[in-house]
Write a protein that binds this ligand. Structure first.
Ligand SMILES: [Zn+2]
Ligand SMILES: [Zn+2]
Length: 697
């Protein structure tokens, strides 16, 4: 539409004034004269520059000269530093206008001849003065960029829509410049300052928004944490287990992205908030954990997963003294692959044996003996990496973790998906202010996945595997995802045999065995007073759903309903029903991200709908075109026409007496660490030096 508009304008001007300027030709205003000369220049094949202007003391233009961009010569000091071709060689072509008494501008001077070659019409779109991105196109470009499209993709789309690059009124470089403008603006105003203003603005609009910023002695930002109301509500329900991953570097200053991650009732990864830290020092982590507690009414998690950095472990002991600290197995696997690469490649069975040593043992002795066997079988005695992780076994071997609820966070696929997720939204060179925008997108993505899971739990009928009433009951309690986990256990019942070992009137002990030869037997303790059962596999303690062994007993005893303690609220359909965030507390994006973008998108929805209807045949197309042009003319007469949103400056965030301006962290040279992931600290041996974590608060 813009393009059409542009071409039409040219047509209109030529219709009005003819092909070529003549002396005495008169224009309503200076802008019209420029447009006319520029459209003439397009036809001839040169680019227009504004040369001289004479204004009176009221700012009214009396004289104006437009010239060919090849006018004049570079004086020495204005010669561009970069080696580039001379573009000025004293061309005399120009158009001069003067204000007449009747208020019109009249052509007083016109030189048509150029002293250089002219550009053919087919390339005239490349001429500087022919290239302008219309505001509506700018809106569209910014929107596509916001949606994550690369500048090259955006430009490719726009050229396709225009019917080829020669029909487009700007080139790739103009498009790139437009996209970069916002970033440059952030940098110019101070990235940290922009971030702080963004936080303040958000908090002004959303009372539940929480943030905290940490600065060092030089008043540079060295840490921040932020979250809004939803993650805080989520944390109240699902805050039993969390994962703290600091291995992702993400921005311009090499700060560490430190998302705090949890699992919801659909078993999905959710974000409890995000920190940015200047490193993983104990000091930095302690600061973050304390701020996190502050945001969440001091509620400590039960279990926290991290990678193996001693500094983090120390911070956990300090801030979450009652919390069970586990090491993320994904990181251990990653490191095993690096450190024991030769073993993995030499022995096919090693991976399986290693895994079963990590996951399978149910008693410590069993773990110990399988570890010893691993060392012997593969000749790994004395391997320093293995010795290092063995010393930390209580933090990663499942046998030590079975009493601690982990909601299924231990699976390596989980960490992997968290990593893929972070990669999708955060690239290496983000500014702080860009980072929070990306984070918002990441949150929106999670929220949408959550809505999908909620909908599927509500709408889909679950297939039963038996007619046992407990299974039916479970469909009414669990979310869809958790129900199928539960059902997997139910399906195992047929393969199990139960044998009573002892019964003292208060408790009964059973042995549960697999019917086949494979699989180990478990022992059950059944408490007759409250009808609860505990199993040696500890699946319930660990994951929060009953194991097949315990279910076998309830099935034998013909229970039609399970004791309610076995349905954890955090896995239930109703877990989040108390507050409906979609209708109440979620702040609409529109008020947060530049409102002009939202308005643009709103209008373009309507216009596209109209265009689709209008473009069906020639008659409706002609009708629509003339109506739209009339509408445009009307719009231009609107009293507020011309007032623009300032989408870069978040204007209404006031200077509130904080005259101390935040400074940006120093930009660190990246050491080519690949794709945004920093070396896990398992690699670098935990340093024993004290004070290796510099105090910076
Ligand atoms: Zn020229
Ligand atoms: Zn069990």
């Amino acid at each position: 539409l813009d393009l059409l508009d542009h071409n039409e304008q040219i047509e209109e001007l030529t219709r009005k004034f003819g092909d070529s300027p003549t002396l005495g030709m008169s224009f309503d205003n200076e802008q019209e004269a420029y447009q006319y000369y520029n459209s003439y220049a397009r036809g001839v094949g040169f680019s227009v520059r504004k040369l001289r202007v004479n204004k009176d003391k009221n700012g009214v233009i009396h004289k104006r000269e437009f010239c060919c961009s090849c006018e004049g010569f570079y004086r020495k000091k204005t010669t561009p530093k970069k080696k580039r071709e001379q573009r000025r060689f004293g061309c005399k072509a120009m158009l001069g206008i003067k204000l007449n008494r009747d208020g019109k501008y009249v052509v007083k001077n016109f030189i048509a001849e150029h002293n250089h070659d002219l550009v053919p019409l087919s390339s005239s779109h490349l001429l500087r003065s022919q290239r302008t991105i219309e505001p509506s196109q700018a809106g569209f470009i910014n929107q596509m960029h916001h949606a994550g499209l690369k500048p090259s993709q955006i430009f490719s789309y726009m050229t396709t829509e225009a019917g080829g690059p020669q029909h487009l009124n700007f080139i790739q470089a103009d498009c790139n410049n437009l996209i970069m403008r916002k970033r440059i603006e952030f940098q110019k105003r101070g990235d940290s300052q922009c971030l702080l203003e963004y936080f303040k603005q958000k908090q002004a609009q959303d009372k539940s928004f929480f943030y905290s910023v940490r600065t060092n002695m030089e008043n540079e930002i060295c840490g921040c944490f932020f979250c809004d109301g939803k993650p805080r509500r989520d944390y109240a329900i699902f805050g039993d287990v969390l994962c703290f991953d600091t291995t992702f570097k993400t921005n311009n200053y090499n700060m560490v992205c430190a998302p705090i991650i949890g699992l919801n009732n659909h078993g999905q990864t959710i974000l409890f908030g995000c920190g940015l830290l200047d490193g993983e020092s104990t000091d930095a982590c302690e600061w973050l954990f304390k701020v996190f507690l502050q945001a969440n009414e001091g509620k400590e998690p039960k279990t926290i997963f991290t990678d193996q950095a001693q500094s983090i472990a120390a911070a956990i002991i300090e801030v979450f003294p009652n919390c069970h600290h586990r090491l993320c197995l994904w990181h251990i696997y990653q490191n095993a692959a690096k450190n024991l690469g030769h073993v993995f490649s030499e022995f096919q069975a090693f991976a399986k044996d290693f895994k079963s040593c990590v996951y399978d043992p149910e008693i410590v002795e069993e773990f110990e003996s399988s570890w010893e066997a691993l060392l012997d079988d593969y000749g790994l005695r004395g391997n320093s990496w293995l010795e290092g992780i063995y010393a930390l076994r209580e933090k990663w071997a499942q046998v030590y973790g079975r009493d601690h609820f982990c909601a299924g966070m231990t699976t390596t696929q989980r960490s992997e998906s968290i990593n893929a997720f972070l990669k999708k939204f955060f690239s290496r060179n983000l500014l702080l202010r860009e980072f929070v925008v990306q984070y918002d997108k990441a949150v929106a993505d999670r929220r949408e996945k959550e809505r999908q899971a909620e909908t599927s739990t509500k709408q889909k009928w679950r297939n039963l595997s038996s007619n046992w009433n407990v299974e039916i009951e479970a469909t009414t309690k669990y979310t869809s995802k958790l129900f199928y986990c539960f059902q997997d256990e139910c399906k195992k019942l047929l393969g199990l045999r139960l044998k009573l070992q002892s019964d003292d009137g208060l408790t009964r002990r059973y042995m549960v065995m697999n019917s086949g030869m494979r699989g180990m037997s478990r022992s059950l303790t059944y408490d007759l007073s409250d009808q609860t059962v505990s199993c040696s596999c500890k699946k319930f303690e660990f994951e929060g759903i009953l194991c097949a062994h315990a279910l076998k007993l309830y099935h034998e005893l013909e229970f039609s309903t399970l004791p309610s303690k076995y349905y954890l609220k955090r896995w239930s359909k109703e877990a989040t029903c108390d507050v409906d965030f979609d209708s109440n507390e979620e702040v609409p994006l529109s008020t947060l991200e530049s409102s002009s973008m939202v308005q643009y998108s709103e209008l373009s929805h309507i216009v596209q709908r109209i265009i689709a209807k209008g473009a069906r045949n020639n008659q409706t197309c002609t009708f629509l075109k003339s109506e739209l042009l009339q509408l445009e003319a009307k719009l231009e007469k609107h009293p507020y026409f011309g007032d623009e949103h300032d989408e870069i400056l978040d204007k209404h965030v006031s200077e509130d007496g904080d005259n101390l301006k935040l400074r940006d962290p120093k930009i660190q040279k990246s050491k080519g660490r690949g794709k945004g992931r920093i070396k896990s600290s398992l690699e670098s041996k935990p340093s024993k030096r004290k004070g290796s974590s510099k105090r910076k608060g």
